[in-house]
Design a protein around this ligand. Structure first.
Ligand SMILES: [Zn+2]
Length: 75
């Protein structure tokens, strides 16, 4: 009788390990990131996400130096 209990316990352990490994193999569902609008720098033309860009007068710039350069050039 004890032999069957041990076999049952062993089977349960094997099953539990198999399930754990199977669950780990399944990649977690990727949450889709919201699509961000891309803008281009009005000075050098590089494309970058709008959240990273500096907005100035309806134009976008990749950094402050390009914004300042465009201000100097355009008035
Ligand atoms: Zn730029």
């Amino acid at each position: 009788m004890l032999k069957y209990l041990l076999l049952l316990a062993l089977g349960a352990i094997v099953w539990w390990h198999w399930r754990k490994r199977r669950d780990a193999d399944v990649a977690p569902p990727e949450t889709p990131r919201p699509v961000e609008r891309m803008v281009h720098c009005a000075h050098c033309g590089v494309h970058l996400p709008e959240s990273d860009a500096l907005a100035d007068g309806g134009r976008h710039y990749c950094n402050a130096a390009h914004r300042d350069a465009a201000r100097r050039a355009g008035g």
